[in-house]
Design a binder for this molecule. Structure first.
Ligand SMILES: [Zn+2]
Length: 312
């Protein structure tokens, strides 16, 4: 068990430290620390894998304090966990980041804010390299006009991802798979196109014939219905609290920007638009700007049986 020392280093009781960063509460109102003397940060699963969504928890916080926080530059959104002296938030561990991930929880009481800190080292993902041949126009470096288009589309998607932190939680039910079909390519695989451009597969591919239904992973507001160079016909859904999902390569989009969609609602049809080798659904899940394995969302916030389906 060579991983044991890492686990010990990451254990919150050893690394968490209280410090008063911004004092300011007046008179009797001031607490020794607004987080509470026995407050403790933990996370689930115990060792998150890079490229996954996980939960950050604060146990035994002080009643009446307002919690916020940050992991990897993304804000946290705490809510009470039912039946426990605990608040929880989603957080994301990015891929390709070997340093430790700092967790900061801010406890605010009046004008007093104290910070509780912890750090964790995410487990390395085991992501294979895949070599693909696609139509030559997609294998070359894009010219400047095309590069500008790709950048605009990526900026638009990023704005939706960041903006989702300001959207309240719009769902109550567990997340579901957008299709019941098998997963044909998992998240994180390295991809080499025509021996030239290497990238990571930052989503999950689901099998489907052209015209097969694509369902919203959960309730949310449609932020983008567009035609992107790489993604083809796309639909981006904002679920709130930083969580967004996107559905790429569609043959048809059945919703409009601004629509509220329900969990499982058919929002489009499988297609082969954009950069593809054949018809399929490419699903993206993000926590803020951090793209994560969609299966990790289904594992911690979805129908867990769905996440355990065979993936070959
Ligand atoms: Zn894909």
């Amino acid at each position: 068990m060579s991983a044991r020392p890492f686990l010990l280093l990451a254990f919150p009781a050893l690394t968490a430290a209280l410090c008063n960063e911004q004092g300011g509460a007046r008179g009797d109102d001031r607490l020794a620390n607004a987080c509470g003397d026995s407050a403790a940060i933990s996370w689930e699963p115990g060792t998150p894998r890079e490229g996954t969504l996980f939960r950050v928890r604060l146990d035994h916080g002080t009643p009446g304090t307002t919690l916020s926080g940050e992991v990897g530059g993304e804000p946290l959104h705490f809510a009470p966990a039912p039946g426990a002296d605990r608040a929880e938030s989603f957080a994301a561990a990015p891929v390709d980041r070997s340093d430790s991930l700092a967790i900061r929880v801010f406890c605010s009481h009046g004008e007093q804010t104290d910070t509780l800190r912890a750090s964790l080292v995410a487990a390395r993902g085991e992501y294979p390299i895949e070599r693909l041949r696609v139509a030559p126009t997609f294998g070359r470096e894009p010219d400047s006009a095309l590069a500008a288009r790709i950048r605009r589309e990526s900026d638009r998607a990023a704005a939706v991802a960041v903006g989702s932190h300001d959207t309240p939680r719009l769902w109550t039910e567990p997340f579901v798979r957008p299709r019941d079909s098998r997963i044909t390519s998992g998240f994180g695989r390295g991809r080499e196109f025509n021996g030239a451009i290497t990238s990571r597969h930052m989503g999950t591919d689901f099998a489907g014939a052209i015209g097969a239904p694509v369902r919203a992973a959960n309730r949310g507001v449609v932020r983008i219905v567009g035609s992107f160079y790489y993604g083809g016909n796309v639909v981006y859904v904002d679920h709130g609290l930083g969580l967004t999902s996107a559905y790429l390569h569609l043959s048809r989009q059945l919703v409009a920007e601004g629509d509220t969609v329900e969990r499982g609602q058919v929002i489009g049809r499988v297609g082969a638009t954009g950069r593809v080798t054949g018809p399929h659904l490419h699903l993206i899940v993000r926590y803020g700007r951090v793209t994560v394995d969609p299966v990790s969302l289904l594992t911690i916030a979805g129908d867990s049986a769905a996440a355990r389906r065979p993936s070959s």
